[in-house]
Write a protein that binds this ligand. Structure first.
Ligand code: ADP
Ligand code: MG
Length: 326
């Protein structure tokens, strides 16, 4: 009867949208007491949009966005997709209306610009839509940023700390205007020339999922490479109190290992390429089906839709399947 119960459990899982790699996975679901949740793509939708562009002295929002967009067009990171799209959607009309809403400190809100867009400007915008300039020597450094050559000028987009460590001049780097948006700085020819902010949204149902995980005896921990302020804002929205932010991609795995050293049995939910080692190290790796192949391969369980609510369901189902077997 044992294999039948097991199959029934995993079959039901498939119906619900939960794929279980093998029967040995079920045992781990019984022991886990901590669940590490990657922020971007797991707790948030990762469908980002540009919320603000702040140019440095002598630069316009339009040029900052265009140089950054040209490089980001070669990347598939959610931040990159948002920046390339904003740059493509007519830097002309957006920059024009953004200029109208320019605040005292010289920053402009593209969100406002979009809201104030009339159907006429909309039509003009699609005509204005010219392709982004090509990028040469594109390079992407996972979890920190991208670089390339545009119009013969060296462009980097990413974390301020990374730009600084790369030897770029960050002295005149403008500050982001939103406390809870993800900020990436743009450098051209050796110096930072602006900052672009992208906003993400918490998945509907993420807060309920966190509450259910807690009810199952799992303490949630939010893990991200993003800024502390952004991480704290997301954590507050979904009811998580333990936050590990500003983690370099290669250090995600040590966060999981550290928890294990402290005696905790850890489940980890993630979606990105850089989450894969942490997913493999966790006692129970759970991948978002909407995520990368690397994350799915490294995991024990895959949640077929991007629905975090399937995480508590998977654990509940696995535990009850175990009970049936025993
Ligand atoms: P998370 O840990 O939330 O899933 P990532 O590890 O993918 O996020 O990225 C961490 C940080 O690295 C981002 O917040 C951003 O500052 C920077 N970054 C990563 N990829 C890019 C990119 N393509 N363009 C600009 N910045 C990037
Ligand atoms: Mg991620």
């Amino acid at each position: 009867a044992t294999p039948t119960a097991l199959l029934a459990g995993t079959g039901r899982g498939a119906q619900l949208g939960i794929l279980v790699k093998g029967p040995e996975v079920l045992e781990a679901t019984r022991r886990v007491d901590t669940i590490v949740l990657d922020k971007t793509g797991t707790v948030t939708t990762a469908q980002m949009s540009v919320a603000a562009v702040t140019p440095g002295d002598g630069w316009t929002s339009e040029d900052v966005l265009r140089f950054a967009g040209a490089v980001e067009a070669a990347s598939e990171h959610p931040i990159a997709v948002a920046i390339a799209e904003a740059a493509r959607v007519g830097s002309v009309s957006i920059a024009r209306s953004a200029r109208a809403s320019t605040t005292g400190d010289g920053s402009s809100s593209l969100v406002e610009a979009e809201r104030s867009t009339s159907p006429l400007v909309e039509a003009e915008r699609s005509e204005d839509r010219d392709p982004l300039p090509p990028v040469h020597d594109f390079a992407s450094t996972t979890g920190v940023g991208v670089s390339g050559t545009v119009h013969g000028r060296k462009v980097s987009v990413g974390r301020l700390g990374w730009l600084r460590e790369s030897g770029l001049d960050t002295a005149a780097a403008p500050d982001p205007v939103h406390a809870d948006a993800t900020a990436v700085h743009v450098a051209v020819d050796g110096a930072v020339v602006g900052v672009i902010e992208v906003a993400d949204t918490v998945k509907p149902g993420a807060a309920d999922a966190v509450a259910e995980l807690r009810a199952l005896g799992l303490e949630p921990v939010l893990l991200t490479g993003d800024r502390r302020e952004v991480a704290d804002a997301v954590a507050a929205q979904v009811g998580i109190t333990e936050v590990v932010a500003e983690v370099m991609p290669e250090d995600k795995v040590s966060v999981v290992a550290d928890l294990q050293t402290r005696g905790r049995t850890v489940a980890m939910v993630g979606d990105g390429v850089n989450d894969a080692p942490a997913l493999a190290t966790a006692d129970l790796g759970i991948a978002m089906g909407t995520g990368t192949d690397a994350a799915i391969e490294a995991s024990d369980l895959t949640l077929l839709r991007g629905d975090l609510g399937l995480a508590p369901r998977a654990i509940r189902l696995s535990r009850s399947t175990l009970r049936t077997i025993k």
